[in-house]
Each structure stands twice: as structure tokens, then as C-alpha cells.
Design a protein around this ligand. Structure first.
Ligand code: HEC
Length: 166
């Protein structure tokens, strides 16, 4: 009923995306142009193609490509960012499930238009800079005690996935 897109580095699944198809899949074939073609029990032919990335995702992709990191680190950075994007948008004006991260640098903690901030985040005083951002990603409550952005939020997504699977 679903196919899974995985990204593997060091024999370790860094990222896994479930792509629900909604029908029993009988046969999977990857076309020479990269499209994945599925043949279902109900005799449908389904073409699976990558969604057009928005400009922000493209920006991140370009930035990582140009970063000079080695291939393995690039994969890790991209996987980590995809993990954040499970909840966060990187557009400055999109705050549906979590605050949009596109314009927080230099801004006060918890100051986007996101409606679901914890009381702790709303009340926190401080401004996002490189240093506290790094600490926050490692250990959110060290920067903003009481934040609901706990380890489930901001750790790398592969750990989160392991926890979900357990
Ligand atoms: C499971 C959902 C989820 C994931 C995944 C996630 N976050 Fe969050 N994040 C949140 C929520 C919810 C908040 C708001 C926390 C609060 O109000 O206490 C938040 C808050 C933040 C903030 C503070 C924003 C502000 O407006 O001050 C930053 C920075 C942040 N996250 C960074 C990240 C990064 C970087 C990643 C990936 C490494 C990540 N998050 C992954 C849900 C998530």
C-alpha cells in the first residue's frame, strides 16, 4: 500500500519517507528517466515523480551543494534538514505545525506568528544567534527551559524515527 524512500549512509538509514499509494502494489519498476512505475492489483499503472521543490528547499539544496563538505556530511546535513521539515517550514511566513524558521536569525525567541508556542517559549527572553541555535538543536531545554520542542522536536530525525518505530 506504500512505498518507502530511504537515504542510507554508513549502512544506516538516515531518512525514511513513506509514500502512501492506497492500492496493493504488484510490481515496481524504475524507469530510465528516474520515474517509478507501479502496477497495482486493480490493474492501475501509477507513476511516482518527485514533487517540485519550493524555492526554500532549492536554496538549502544549493547551499549544501556549494558548501565544500564531503559527500557523507552533505548527506547527513540534508537528512537533518529534512527531519526539521517534518514540522518546520523554512519559509519565513509559514507557521502551520511549528514556527517557520526562515527568518528567525537575530529575532527574539518565540516571536513568529506561530499560534502553538508553549508558554515557556512565549515568555523566553533572548535572541537567536548561531551559538544558542546550536545548543537548542542539541538540547532545547538548555536554551528555553520548559519548551515543548523537546528531544522529539529537534534531535536528528533518524533518532526520532527509531523511537516511533519502537
Ligand atoms: C516534531 C516536530 C518538530 C521537529 C521535527 C523539529 N521541530 Fe523545532 N520546534 C517544534 C515546535 C512545536 C516548536 C515550538 C516550541 C515551543 O513553543 O516551545 C519548535 C521550535 C523551534 C525553534 C524556535 C523557533 C522560534 O520561533 O523561536 C527552533 C530554532 C527550532 N525549533 C529548530 C529546529 C531544527 C533546527 C530542527 C531540525 C534539526 C527542528 N526544530 C525539528 C517542532 C519541531
Amino acid at each position: 500500500m506504500s512505498i518507502f524512500r530511504t537515504r542510507i549512509a554508513n549502512d544506516y538509514v538516515q531518512f525514511e519517507e513513506q509514500i502512501p499509494i492506497g492500492q496493493r502494489i504488484r510490481y515496481v519498476h524504475q524507469h530510465t528517466d528516474g520515474r517509478i512505475v507501479l502496477w497495482t492489483d486493480d490493474e492501475f499503472v501509477v507513476f511516482v515523480t518527485p514533487a517540485k521543490q519550493d524555492a526554500t528547499a532549492q536554496f538549502i539544496e544549493d547551499h549544501v551543494s556549494a558548501s565544500g563538505l564531503d559527500a557523507e556530511l552533505k548527506t547527513q546535513v540534508q537528512s537533518a534538514i529534512e527531519g526539521c521539515m517534518q514540522c518546520h517550514s523554512f519559509r519565513p511566513d509559514e507557521h502551520q505545525n511549528a514556527p517557520g524558521l526562515g527568518a528567525i536569525a537575530g529575532e527574539r525567541f518565540g516571536s513568529t506568528k506561530f499560534a502553538g508556542y508553549s508558554a515557556a517559549m512565549r515568555a523566553a527572553s533572548g535572541y537567536w544567534d548561531e551559538e544558542n541555535l546550536i545548543t537548542f538543536i542539541e538540547q532545547p531545554s538548555q536554551v528555553v527551559p520548559g519548551t515543548v520542542a523537546g528531544p522529539e522536536c529537534c534531535r536528528s530525525e533518524s533518532e526520532g524515527r527509531d523511537r516511533q518505530a519502537a
